[in-house]
Design a protein around this ligand. Structure first.
Ligand SMILES: Nc1nc2c(c(=O)[nH]1)N[C@H]1C(S)=C(S)[C@@H](COP(=O)(O)O)O[C@H]1N2
Ligand SMILES: [Mo]
Length: 508
């Protein structure tokens, strides 16, 4: 039997590969927004404890989804190998395990917001394919293992042909599934076809000198392609703008809905808003500044008529993610937007196409719902949202913070006068001063660049004198109300990190 077990393991990997690739391929045709792998992966995303997710964001950043998929594929391959051996030695144990995986795919699919009966076909097909291939290969391997001398060569060839052929089928199916992003392409085409109207109220002109142009400092306006992306969607939701509707429900006088065309016909405005993630560590890069085109959501809420006693709006995305936002932040003069445009383009798919919320002053997890489909006017006490269900605070105002962009950590700099520069932010309040300090040498005022608005970050720069040797440079900001940045080190959970950013450099 020992000569067969590597073949048995390989057969199991091939059976698992055909199951996964077949399931993904079927889903590409039948239910492009929900494949078995995405369904299972999304269940994992929803289930992992907050610290693990934090760790994933911290170590993989925007690559967290790729890392999860890679991990899942490795696990499936390993389980496949075990199934191959089981099925060869103790049939039908391996089939049972593969079948159980198919059933898990079905169960996961049932829990997703994008569920449709058609989406069940793919995990079922995956399970059936996996079991059939596994059994067929196991038969050949057993007959090879039991072959009388003289026939081993021929029977081994049969195994080789079966396993090799199966691997080729899995590779082709996997390749096709990967390429068959037809609906993705279709939505991308629809997106490029969108003609955004000119804003009735254009964004502020950027004041001269708002961008200091110091090399190493993040650009004042973050290009869409560099904008951080954080969400729980393993696959970017594909939303057809022609069928998209936003419904306003809950504690309203009358439920209403709005289509994309109707939204584009409203008097739109453009605003500069710096969006930040609550998972941004002190000094981190989960923050970006863009020009958002949209319609103030308060007009839509007013059209529905808000009932007495409501204090929150639960927004839901196409993929079932939710956030609760204080009602007042959506109705006051800060002009929270139902955004359709980002830096002059329709929202990129990964940033919420066709429509998302952008609320000045609040972390994304309590406000910035992408692919938004419903606004339910409600009360905080009656609702739980995606992250508040997982230990994060109900309220998430962005904390006053500042970051040193240059010099970078552990940089070698020439001794003498050195430029320290970066950004500071206190969305919806504004920054009044930034100070830097070398070692324990006392705070010195930095030069503030001109600001765009209180809702955006602000650049600063300072000249500091560095003697030869190692030095630590620290920054802190003061907001427009005179509050000093909190220097106490706190983690990102439950409502955003605090502490001061510092970099250690080597002056020569
Ligand atoms: N549908 C959906 N919207 C979402 C999220 C999500 O997981 N799903 N994440 C939120 C979080 S935590 C942040 S910080 C912002 C990030 O927006 P961006 O990816 O466009 O930068 O989106 C918010 N909107
Ligand atoms: Mo976030």
């Amino acid at each position: 039997m020992s000569r067969t077990w590597p073949w048995a393991a390989a057969a199991g990997v091939v059976a698992a590969g055909i199951a996964v690739a077949g399931g993904e391929l079927a889903a590409a045709v039948l239910s492009p927004s929900l494949s078995p792998l995405t369904a299972v992966g999304s269940v994992v995303v929803d289930a992992v404890p907050a610290p693990v997710k934090d760790w994933a964001i911290a170590s993989f950043g925007t690559g967290d989804k790729l890392a999860l998929l890679a991990g899942m594929i490795l696990i499936i391959a390993a389980v496949g190998a075990v199934c191959g051996v089981l099925e060869t030695k103790r049939p039908p144990l391996g089939s049972w395990v593969i079948g159980a995986f198919g059933a898990a795919g079905v169960a996961a699919t049932l829990t997703r917001a994008q569920f449709s009966p058609l989406a069940l076909v793919s995990p079922l097909l995956a399970g059936v394919l996996g079991v059939m291939v596994l059994r067929a290969l196991a038969v050949r391997i057993r007959s090879y293992g039991a072959a009388p001398a003289g026939e081993t060569g021929a029977r081994r060839r049969e195994v080789l042909v079966g396993v090799g052929g199966g691997a080729a089928v899995a590779a082709v199916a996997g390749g096709l599934a990967g390429m068959s992003r037809s609906s993705q392409v279709a939505v991308e085409d629809l997106r490029t076809g969108v003609q955004l109207p000119a804003p009735v109220q254009p964004a502020m002109e950027i004041p001269a000198g708002a961008d200091l142009g110091v090399s190493g400092v993040d650009p004042l306006i973050t290009p869409n392609t560099d904008f951080y992306r954080i969400d729980t969607a393993l696959r970017v939701p594909l939303v057809d703008p022609r069928s998209w509707r936003l419904r306003v429900t809950g504690m309203v006088e009358k439920e209403i809905e709005i289509s994309y065309a109707e939204l584009l016909a409203k008097p739109l405005q453009e605003s500069w808003i710096t969006l930040a993630c609550v998972s941004n560590e002190v000094g981190g890069s989960l923050i970006g500044n863009a020009r958002w085109l949209g319609w103030p959501v308060r007009h839509l809420l007013a059209a529905a008529g808000i009932q007495e006693g409501a204090d929150t709006v639960l927004s839901t995305s196409e993929d079932g993610w939710t956030a609760t936002t204080p009602l007042e932040a959506l109705t006051d003069a800060r002009d929270a937007l139902l955004a359709v445009g980002m830096n002059g383009e329709p929202l990129p798919p990964e940033h919420g196409f066709p429509v998302r919320l952008v609320v000045p002053g609040l972390y994304g997890y309590v406000s910035a719902t992408k692919w938004v489909t419903e606004l339910k006017v409600s009360r905080f006490q009656d609702e739980a949202a995606y992250w508040t269900n997982r230990g994060w605070s109900e309220r998430g105002p962005i904390k006053l913070s500042s970051r040193i962009d240059t010099p970078s950590r552990n940089a070698a700099v020439p001794a003498g006068m050195v430029t320290v520069a970066g950004v500071a932010w206190a969305q919806h309040t504004g920054i009044s001063a930034v100070q830097v300090m070398v070692d324990d040498g006392g705070w010195q005022d930095a030069t503030l660049a001109a600001g765009i608005s209180a809702d955006t970050w602000r650049q600063y720069s300072a000249q500091v004198e560095l003697s030869p040797g190692e030095h630590t440079i620290t920054v802190r900001a003061v907001d427009a109300n005179g509050n000093l940045q909190d220097e106490t080190k706190r983690p990102v959970v439950p409502d955003g990190a605090t502490g001061l950013h510092s970099v250690t450099v080597n002056a020569k």
